[in-house]
Design a protein around this ligand. Structure first.
Ligand code: GLN
Length: 486
């Protein structure tokens, strides 16, 4: 049962084939069995999960039939959860118990979902491998010597290994899509503004967006129905009608124009990943789509622009962690300055410090024009590239990552790690919706295909993925960890 999609579990719950309490217990057992090895969860909330499941079963008996009612899920540990430890995988928040729920968490609670726990991640969502976590790296369920991707690696590994039915993640430069790709699951980053960021610990506020990590595009649509919408607590959340994201899942792809960016099939892409993506593009042709070669001429500037903008915003956002208001405080400070300095020096990890230094430098009076303003101009060029491309095509498709999951410790050079997001980062700079779906397996490791849609055209994008999943079974392939136990 635990390997099923949310849509299937929802039907099973509705039919009375299983109760939420039984299902929740099954996931808790699975977590007990595999979490030591995978390190996907930082916190497991067994008692409150079983209580929520009991309430969900009672609500169902009372006639509530909401799609997510009683579905066991996990939240990335970047979302504040009332009364539950929220660490952002940082030592500086290792004792922080949030006094409120993030809007995303509230919405899943309102939909009746069951929270199994909080998942591991890169510290403050900075990374592409989950190795920057204060709580240690997450292991990829397909090969535990490899990384699950990052920063939402705990959520991706938990979904892939059936340690939950669905999970939340956040994506600032690729953090939902790249781990989804590495773990062989579906990950969806909505348009900037579609989902409230309130209560989601800020990394780079103009880029951060929450989204689903799950087993199918249909499940992502079900999750989007719960997550999306205006929130008056977040002034960047958009006041726009939220569609039923499942309503268009039956649409035909006949006549769909798929843009294939030349720049995504150039140097750096591994040959076997390219082969898997090309095969999937052929599958789309069979479904009635036409492939159109397009150019995203400024894509090569996206990583550089991002690594000015994101650290700049991070340096401002992370100034609130000072040892006074939240979390970790150094021992025996001699005065206020000593307390600030040592709390931050001891509380933040190396990558976070690197970003704070880069960001502070880029924003400083003498360098603002040379770096920050220039990066913002490049951001506009990148957005224009997409606007031009979308004059000719409906969606854009390519690889999510240049390769499959790499070995733990393999990328010690920060810049090599930054280049992980070469295909995904421009999408955040442009604010567009993007997703990764499983599209092949090479040498025993999953490959992800990246699909990008137009602003707020999430429903269409989800259907483009859904039609592919109806015609193929890559999203049904399981990590060997699963079969070991079966
Ligand atoms: N890997 C990128 C970074 O380290 C993106 C992370 C993210 O999307 N949160 O900043």
């Amino acid at each position: 049962m635990i390997e099923k999609t949310v849509a299937e579990l929802s039907a099973a719950l509705a039919a009375g084939d299983i109760s939420s309490q039984e299902l929740t217990q099954a996931y808790l057992d699975r977590i007990a069995q595999f979490n030591d090895e995978l390190n996907a969860y930082i916190t497991v909330c067994a008692d409150s999960a079983l209580a929520q499941a009991k309430a969900a079963d009672a609500a169902r008996a009372d006639g509530n039939s909401s799609a997510l009612l009683g579905i066991p899920m996990a939240h990335k540990d970047i979302f504040c959860t009332d009364g539950v430890l929220t660490t952002c995988a940082s030592k500086i928040l290792n004792n922080f118990v949030a006094p409120y729920n993030a809007t995303v968490v509230e919405r899943f609670n309102a939909a009746g979902a069951v929270m199994l726990g909080k998942t591991n991640m890169d510290e403050f969502a900075m990374g592409s491998s989950n190795e920057t976590s204060h709580y240690g790296p997450v292991k990829n369920p397909w090969d535990t010597e490899r990384v699950p991707g990052g920063s939402s690696g705990g959520s991706a590994a938990a979904v892939a290994a059936d340690l939950c039915a669905m999970a939340t993640g956040t994506d600032t430069g690729g953090s939902i899509r790249q781990p989804a790709s590495f773990c062989g699951i579906t990950g969806f980053k909505p348009t900037y503004g579609r989902i409230s960021r309130w209560g989601m610990i800020a990394f780079a506020s103009s880029l951060d967006q929450a989204g689903p990590l799950c087993k199918s595009a249909e499940d992502a649509a079900l999750m989007m129905n719960a997550m999306a919408g205006l929130d008056e607590k977040d002034s960047t959340s958009i006041d726009m009608e939220v569609p039923d994201f499942t309503a268009t899942l039956g649409d035909s792809l006949q006549g769909l124009r798929i843009g294939v960016p030349r720049q995504h099939f150039a140097e750096g892409l591994s040959a076997d990943v390219e082969e898997a993506i090309q095969a999937s593009l052929k599958e789309y042709e069979k479904l009635g789509a036409t492939l159109v070669d397009i150019d995203l001429p400024n894509n090569h500037l996206s990583v550089s622009a991002y690594y000015v903008v994101a650290p700049a915003e991070a340096s401002a956002n992370l100034s609130r962690f000072d040892g006074v208001r939240y979390g970790y405080r150094c021992e025996n400070p001699v005065d206020l300055e000593d307390m600030y300095k040592r709390s931050r020096s001891e509380g933040f990890g190396d990558e976070v410090k690197r970003r704070i230094m880069v960001g502070t430098y880029a924003l400083s009076a003498g360098f603002y024009d040379a770096y920050y303003r220039k990066a913002q101009k490049i951001r506009r060029l990148i957005k224009n590239d997409f606007n031009n491309a979308f004059k000719e095509v409906d969606v854009i498709a390519g690889p999510t990552s240049p390769h499959t999951a790499f070995k733990l410790g393999a990328k010690s050079d920060p810049v090599a790690m930054y280049l992980e997001d070469i295909y995904t980062i421009a999408v955040n700079l442009a604010g567009l919706p993007g997703m990764s779906i499983p599209t092949g397996i090479v040498n025993g490791l999953p490959v992800g295909m990246h699909l990008v849609g137009q602003d707020f055209a999430e429903a269409k994008l989800l259907n483009v993925a859904h039609q592919f999943q109806l015609a193929t079974d890559w999203h049904r392939r399981k990590a060997p960890l699963t079969s070991k136990e079966a």
